[in-house]
Design a protein around this ligand. Structure first.
Ligand SMILES: [Zn+2]
Length: 738
């Protein structure tokens, strides 16, 4: 007897184990897919501010919470509401099913399902809402299968993360966010009860549209669990008021991050973006685009990085992500454009490091480069003209870069070689140039090869990082980076190309470089302080010409505004100053010849001379006194240029910048029918270095006047521009006649 009962026991045990094993091994193909179903990623800025919660393919959101992150009270409420014996059954709950059957018979309709949490999870997994008996048996069976595969904790975790609440919210965490605008752990018991009743029928118990239904049911649940006696009216105060409006900050950057760090596990990511800064930069970009109205500039992008780490602090791909007319979804930070002159610093830096055959530096900041009509290249003629279509004769290396002169840049590239420069650009991270960069040939000197704003900003930061890239490679020598920084912050040296423009004036140490593409499609500004580097692109994604109005200085304006925001008011510590090059000494040089200044040189400036070449540096031989008269003797290569353009052979730098005194920019005039003949717009121009002034009206040559600079323009209905050019300087105004 004893033996037989033991056998029976073993048999029963065997059957049970076999049944368990059978269930465990039973295939459940939807389960695998379900386990891989995606969750939303929650993105925070560097200060923990919510940037975005990604939506899934169907537009809904599903934040994931692990078991230990799910509030205890939440678990308790859901178990009490849905499946009191959850921890004590193996998937189905017979008493609950019987009870449901009685209830349904009594009411002659389905009022209860008697489904356990596990059975409900099966329904969610299979996506089937049928209420047939066959379906119920299916759910019961698979509930048992699941119970053999997962622990109770896992089942409840999956269930709470997968329930659908309506309003595009899946899972309790997203429900808390959507309905109450906060995380789940911030909710009260009453609020949790509200959430708990919604999944039963997200429409019927929608707390916004069916407040009474929701309150009634939630109140009953609350009173039952916590033995309270709140009335439905009293309970209504715990219902949510309005749906949470999900933020959509830094959309282009997050799209870029998501594409790179896409993984099911990355349920929350803290980004280096600073939301406050991002919002400020967005505001400045919008301002600038408003200023650009009337020009063909329709879009802008901006990238700001930290010079120490290279981390992105602000990333604006386009002015408005949702602006379909201007292709707002295109990310201007990653799109390839012609950088124009903003590339020149990389070329000049390489020039400083190129040596002659006997090991001497080929270029120094004091080197003289000829800005005269020249032809380069053997196969094709390449005749670059300067931005203002004038040639300046001999110019110092420093001035050629700071004033962004074109002929000297091409001359330098022609000397050091296109391939050498391309190799350097590759090491700077300009991967875009690896495809077709060589086709730009000498045009590379003027930024004809297409690169991204991201590449530009990352590379430009090198000058504030003593020549090191973000991987620690020394791309340029420390002193090279420091000299380039010294040139790019030199207001005086910039005047030849840009006049005494206020765009780059900052109250803190900074360097700036701008660029315009050959076809005037893109305008770029790059700027650095010791701590930050910024790049701004403006143009339009359709590639239309943009210059022609006031737009060309707008990127620099944006860059400066954002830098002001970051830097102004900070104490001027030594760490914020661009350091001096160590192997150079400041010497007085002749501002014309670049040689050491002699007693007869009419103008001299201090410039960095490398310690190595100091002993061999010659004294100025261009300036000589003969019989008490000062002679300027240019080297023969400048004779032709000098005879044509400057018979007096003397360059004077003036302290007074050229500007149009009246009328003011954007003035408005009214056309009168009565006194047609007598009407004229008087223009008065102050400053300038020369005695003659060239006037362009609506970009057409109009007249040439001599001092005093005063002339009149016709009164014609419409928008007009007036540009005046005096020597190297120019100024422009726009006005309207109605
Ligand atoms: Zn001299």
């Amino acid at each position: 007897m004893k033996k037989r009962s033991r056998i029976i026991l073993i048999c029963i045990l065997g059957v049970l184990i076999a049944a368990h094993l059978g269930l465990f091994l039973f295939p459940f193909k939807e389960l695998k897919e379900f386990k891989n179903s995606p969750y939303s990623t929650v993105y925070y800025d560097c200060n923990g501010q919510l940037l975005q919660i990604s939506s899934l393919e169907d537009g809904s959101r599903r934040e994931k919470l692990e078991w230990k992150e799910l509030p205890k009270e939440l678990k308790r409420i859901f178990i009490q509401a849905e499946d009191k014996r959850f921890y004590f059954h193996n998937g189905s709950d017979l008493p609950a099913l019987v009870n449901a059957l009685f209830q349904n018979l009594k009411h002659k309709k389905v009022v209860r399902g008697g489904s356990t949490i596990t059975m409900q999870l099966v329904k969610i997994i299979c996506g089937d809402k049928d209420l047939t008996v066959k379906r119920k048996l299916h759910d019961i069976f698979y509930a048992h299968v699941i119970e053999t595969k997962f622990s109770k904790k896992k089942i409840l975790e999956l269930y709470l993360n997968s329930l659908y609440f309506g309003q595009g919210a899946t899972g309790c965490a997203s429900a808390a966010r959507t309905f109450y605008g906060c995380s789940l752990d911030k909710l009260s018991k009453e609020q949790l009860c509200c959430l708990a009743v919604i999944p039963r029928n997200p429409t019927l118990y929608n707390p916004f549209t069916n407040r009474h239904n929701c309150a009634e049911r939630a109140c009953a649940l609350y009173n039952r669990i916590y033995r309270k006696a709140l009335t439905v009216n009293e309970f209504e105060q715990f219902l949510p008021e309005r749906a949470f409006s999900y933020p959509f900050e830094a959309p282009h950057y997050i799209r870029d991050v998501a594409a790179k760090e896409a993984s099911a596990d990355s349920k929350s990511l803290t980004l280096s973006i600073n939301l406050e800064l991002q919002n400020y930069a967005e505001r400045i970009v919008r301002d600038a685009l408003e200023q650009a109205q009337g020009s063909r500039i329709s879009n802008a992008s901006l990238l700001l990085i930290d010079n120490k780490t290279g981390k992105v602090l602000s990333w604006i791909g386009s002015a408005d992500f949702f602006d379909e007319l201007h292709n707002g979804q295109i990310d201007g930070v990653l799109v390839k454009n012609q950088p124009g002159s903003s590339m020149k610093p990389f070329l000049y830096a390489l020039a400083l490091e190129t040596k002659t055959e006997d090991g001497k530096p080929l270029y120094e900041p004091s080197s003289i480069i000829a800005d005269i009509p020249q032809e380069f290249g053997d196969q094709k003629l390449y005749i670059p003209s300067n931005f203002n279509n004038r040639y300046n004769g001999p110019v110092r290396f420093r001035i050629a870069l700071a004033s962004s002169l074109n002929v000297p840049a091409v001359s330098i590239l022609n000397t050091i070689g296109v391939n050498n420069y391309l190799e350097k650009l590759y090491s700077l991270g300009f991967d875009s140039l690896k495809h077709g960069g060589e086709l730009a040939d000498l045009g590379l000197a003027l930024g004809a090869g297409e690169v991204t704003l991201k590449e530009l900003v990352t590379a430009f930061a090198i000058f504030a990082r003593d020549g090191k890239d973000f991987y620690g490679n020394q791309i340029y020598r420390e002193d090279t980076a420091r000299i380039i920084a010294s040139i790019l912050s030199d207001k005086g040296a910039r005047a030849l190309g840009f006049g005494y423009s206020q765009t780059f004036e900052t109250n803190y140490p900074s360097i700036f470089k701008t660029g315009t593409s050959n076809q005037y499609q893109d305008i770029v500004a790059l700027g650095s302080t010791m701590d930050y580097t910024i790049g701004v692109w403006m143009g339009n994604f359709s590639g239309e010409t943009v210059v022609g109005k006031t737009g060309s200085s707008l990127p620099a304006w944006i860059a400066k505004k954002v830098m002001d925001y970051l830097e102004e008011g900070k104490p001027l510590t030594s760490e914020r100053q661009f350091p001096e090059p160590g192997n150079y000494v400041r010497q007085k040089i002749c501002s014309l010849s670049g040689h050491l200044a002699g007693p007869d040189c009419p103008a001299s400036v201090y410039e960095y001379i490398s310690k190595d070449s100091l002993t061999t540096k010659e004294n100025c031989s261009w300036h000589q006194k003969k019989n008490g008269e000062l002679l300027t003797l240019y080297p023969p290569e400048y004779q032709q240029w000098a005879r044509k353009t400057r018979p007096e052979l003397q360059i004077k730098y003036s302290d007074s910048p050229l500007y149009i005194k009246t009328p003011k920019d954007n003035s408005l005039f009214y056309y009168s029918q009565l006194q047609k003949e007598k009407q004229a717009i008087t223009v008065e121009v102050f400053g300038g270095t020369e005695d003659s002034l060239y006037v362009y009206y609506d970009n057409e040559p109009f007249t040439q006047v001599f001092r005093p600079f005063c002339f009149t323009l016709p009164v014609e209905r419409g928008n007009h521009s007036c540009t005046v050019i005096c020597g190297y300087e120019s100024d422009e105004i726009n006005f309207t006649v109605k």
